[in-house]
Design a protein around this ligand. Structure first.
Ligand code: NAD
Ligand code: MG
Length: 344
């Protein structure tokens, strides 16, 4: 059985006596900084002086320093910069100020798992990874809840690494929901697999294929959109609340019979084999090498595929239909305020 931690397990005192630097003020950065600040911890934010986030963090009542200065001043440094930028910033502005006994934290294991960042052996290296986007880390905290998180210890130089990670998780509200012990390897590999095969890649390909089959058969694009995209959220909400069996309980018997007999014909053993190939590419580092290379050459394939995705017919139909349902996108402004776009 997995090891879970809750409120009573955390020792916030170990972190109360230390200075915390949050590097970056994007999706995760703003949420961690504000939650820790509201939980009574000593927080400063490290940003580039020209970053458009400087005034946002200052307006929110936080102290902002340059990245190198924040690292130099702090005992605990949480790296909430884009994963693809972390190595460069680590080499230039973090490593020179990582003296013995400091604690380096990450919210995703990519750079440690694939050896892009190799911290010195006299610092703690831990992970606190919320299992949700930053705006929810902030919103659920303000509402009195929290987002479940993973913690992992990659290297315990001081003997306090685990306590610090758990205290940090406590400070952002995660122990209210549950904190699961994992490793950098498990977090990185399952996270990449989940987003590639199921959550982002798998689902968007499934939705588009279903839309294409219906419209190519002559059904109205609007019907196809409502059926395979709009309604997906309603079904996923049921799965989120009650599991797959609970979802099946809520749909009609006809829908359930179709699910039971046709689902396995869509996701065949061949599809599962391809998922295994995707996992193997993650595990042996091929995906990481490909993505690092893509970044080094200015992301040509990434841009091309992203633009092609925007031109798919489901996007225009969806845009028109959603314009008639403004309530559907009610939460969007909030998300745009704190993330996306702001990677300057
Ligand atoms: P983000 O892109 O929203 O924010 C990154 C921030 O870093 C920017 O807002 C900016 O303040 C700063 N920044 C960007 N480029 C910079 C540069 N070149 N130099 C200096 N500063 C720069 O990133 P995020 O989504 O908050 O991700 C941060 C970390 O959290 C990543 O390791 C990510 O994997 C992890 N994480 C993200 C989520 C999520 O839902 N967004 C969930 C769990 C873990
Ligand atoms: Mg993930």
């Amino acid at each position: 059985m997995a090891t879970m931690f809750y409120e009573r397990d955390a020792k916030p005192e170990v972190l109360k006596s230390r200075k915390i630097a949050i590097l970056g003020y994007g999706s995760q950065g703003h949420a961690h900084a504000l939650n820790l600040h509201d939980s009574g911890f000593d927080v400063r934010v490290g940003l580039r002086p020209e970053s458009s986030s400087v005034h946002k963090a200052e307006d929110a009542g936080l102290r902002v320093l340059g990245i190198a200065d924040a690292v130099a001043e702090a005992d605990v440094i949480m790296v909430l910069l884009p994963d693809t930028e972390q190595k460069r910033i680590y080499d230039l502005e973090i490593a020179p100020h990582l003296s013995a006994g400091k604690c380096l934290m990450f919210a995703h294991g990519f750079n440690i798992r694939f050896n892009l960042i190799e911290p010195p052996s006299d610092v703690d290296v831990v992970m606190v990874a919320p299992k949700g986007p930053g705006h929810l880390v902030r919103r659920t905290y303000v509402e009195g809840g929290g987002v479940p998180s993973l913690i992992a210890v990659h290297h315990d130089a001081t003997g306090h690494a685990h306590d610090l990670a758990l205290a940090y998780a406590h400070g952002i509200g995660a122990t209210r929901a549950g904190v699961l012990e994992t490793t950098f390897t498990e977090e990185t590999e399952t996270d990449l697999f989940g987003e590639q095969a199921v959550l982002c890649g798998g689902v968007s390909a499934l939705v588009r294929a279903g839309y294409e089959v219906l419209t190519e058969a002559g059904y109205q694009p609007e019907s196809a959109y409502f059926e395979v995209l709009h309604e997906l959220k309603l079904i996923v909400d049921l799965m989120y609340e009650e599991g797959i069996t609970g979802m099946r309980f809520s749909v009609s018997d006809t829908a359930e019979y179709g699910d039971l007999t046709r689902g396995p014909r869509v996701i065949t053993e061949q599809v599962k084999d391809e998922m295994r190939n995707i996992l193997a590419e993650i595990q042996d580092g091929r995906f990481a090498a490909e993505w690092i290379k893509e970044n080094e050459i200015g992301r040509p394939r990434y841009r091309e595929l992203r633009e092609a995705g925007k031109r798919h017919p489901i996007e225009q139909v969806g845009k028109d239909l959603r314009a008639m349902m403004p309530f559907v996108s009610a939460g969007k402004q909030k998300v745009a305020d704190v993330s996306g776009g702001d990677t300057d």
